[in-house]
Design a protein around this ligand. Structure first.
Ligand code: PLP
Length: 482
């Protein structure tokens, strides 16, 4: 009999019962058993339908999808909510392209996800950047200063909209209320990529949600931190700055004409749990995290990024459900590998400093116990007299500024040739170089490759980290603009 390689592998991984500190937020679906409708997951094939009488139509929702979207809108505090079946990516494209016109500038954080730059390519926009502050020791982006946003708005004419990532992948939240006041003072539209913050409304101890800060449109990856399936997200809007008809047009362009009902069903379920048990589950998660953070202090050489960052480097608040953990003497890349190989624990991502764990309301106390056990054994093995990390990188590593020569769209259509990546310093890149995860471009097409970026990329490659964006998957060749 022939085999089905994807199914085989996923079933094999499933049997391993790996502890998940990564997305999706439902953590292998085990939490579904706690709720009414739990059986929906066992009959998915029966729910995989299309637009027939009674099933409504995502692109013109008037019945069950409209009802579910209204429930979501109430729960998340928007005026109107749209379910997304093509990931937050489709929501980012749609909100950006409904808020801007071709040729506009758009002010974005340089730490944004590749989807934002792709929207600039599609919408023929000129990205202007605001740089996040950096925690240089940990190599993690911190907050965006409201003053930096204001400076760019004052300096550039022709900015159609502002898009910021809030909170960032590591759970760092800028002072969005202040930024909102500034952006609206300049009469610009404020769009938020809240891919990592769908859960923020579940507790006052989390950073305030973007909607509560008064922004105009927000995209959330429900699949990352709540309970829906991968690729299902939401777009929320409020106020009258966004042209809603144009937004709906853009959503029809950027989403499939055969939206998956499995994704819609999972969004419906995630909304139901959010409205009923969401806050209680978040309380339990907080208990587990507080307990974990108390106990982790006993582990030698451990560093956990926490609320001590608040008030520095543009950090207004921190999402404590994100755990950034470093262990002296071992790179984050290696720590991630060890946790997976020897302790059956999968973290979300790693960098030179440490690992990032994404927790959600589906994590249970036992998950944290296992992580503690793994970390303390690795710490003991690594030893108390810890060797300094070796590597090519400077001790204090920061987010490097790069020079933009062409807009991403101009770069796409220029003539190019391939050269060895290691020899590409000083050339203008025709391709993305994206550190994945998190999916943040280190180089955007049209930018000049400088020495620091080269070092950073080589460091990621040499440590077995992921680089995407180049046509050559082995990162040996790169297309440069001739
Ligand atoms: C900050 C940010 N924005 C947008 C996206 C894209 O979301 P999706 O994968 O749901 O399309 C991601 C994905 O990781 C992300 O991290």
């Amino acid at each position: 009999m022939d085999n089905a390689p994807i199914i085989d592998k996923l079933l094999q991984l499933n049997r391993q019962n790996m502890v998940s500190f990564h997305v999706p937020g439902h953590k292998n679906g085990r939490i579904y058993n706690k709720f009414p409708y739990k059986n929906f997951k066992d009959i998915l094939y029966k729910l995989d339908t299309t637009e027939i009488p009674g099933t409504d139509n995502l692109h013109n929702a008037r019945e069950i999808i409209e009802k579910s979207q209204q429930k979501a809108s109430e729960a998340f505090g928007s005026e109107e909510t749209f379910f997304l079946v093509n990931g937050s990516t489709s929501g980012i494209y749609s909100m950006i392209m409904s808020a801007t016109s071709p040729g506009d500038k758009i002010l974005v954080d340089r730490n944004c996800h590749q989807a934002v730059i792709n929207a600039c390519i599609l919408g023929d926009l000129v990205p202007i950047y605001v740089y996040p502050n950096m925690d240089e020791k940990r190599g993690i982006a911190m907050g965006i200063l409201p003053d930096d946003v204001e400076k760019q708005l004052a300096r550039h004419s022709g900015i159609g909209a502002v898009l910021l990532t809030y909170p960032n992948y590591h759970g760092v939240a800028s002072n969005l209320k202040k930024i909102e006041e500034i952006v609206h003072k300049y009469d610009k539209i404020l769009l938020i990529d809240e891919a990592h913050g769908a859960h923020l409304g579940l507790s006052e101890d989390l950073p305030p949600s973007a909607l509560s800060c008064g922004v105009d449109a927000v995209v959330q990856s429900t699949h990352k931190t709540l309970l829906s399936f991968t690729q299902s997200s939401m777009l929320h809007i409020q106020g009258d700055r966004i042209d809603r008809d144009r937004l709906k047009f853009m959503l029809r362009i950027h989403q499939s004409s055969s939206p998956s009902y499995l994704l819609l069903v999972s969004l419906d379920f995630a909304v139901m749990v959010y409205r009923t048990e969401g806050r209680n589950l978040m309380e339990s998660l907080f208990e587990n995290i507080k307990n974990f953070k108390q106990r982790i202090k006993d582990i030698d050489g451990i560093d956990v990024m926490g609320e001590e960052m608040i008030g520095n480097k543009g950090v207004e608040s921190i999402d404590i459900t994100r755990m950034c953990i470093g262990l002296e003497g071992i790179t984050g890349y290696e720590l991630e590998r060890r946790l997976r190989k020897d302790f059956n624990i999968q973290m979300e991502l790693s960098n030179r400093y440490g690992v990032l764990g994404v927790t959600s309301i589906a994590n249970v106390g036992e998950d944290f116990d296992k992580l503690l056990e793994g970390l303390s054994i690795i710490s003991e093995e690594t030893g108390v007299s810890r060797a300094k990390l070796s590597g090519n990188l400077p001790e204090n590593f920061t987010f490097r500024k790069v020079e933009q020569i062409f807009t991403p769209r101009e770069a796409l259509y220029k003539n190019k040739r391939k050269i060895l990546f290691r020899k590409s310093q000083g050339f203008i890149s025709g391709e993305y170089i994206i550190s994945y995860p998190p999916g943040v471009p280190l180089i955007i097409p049209g930018e000049k490759i400088n020495a620091e970026v080269m070092l950073q990329v080589m460091d990621i490659i040499d440590n077995g980290g992921g680089i995407l964006g180049l046509n050559d998957g082995n990162c040996k060749w790169i297309e440069i603009i001739t």
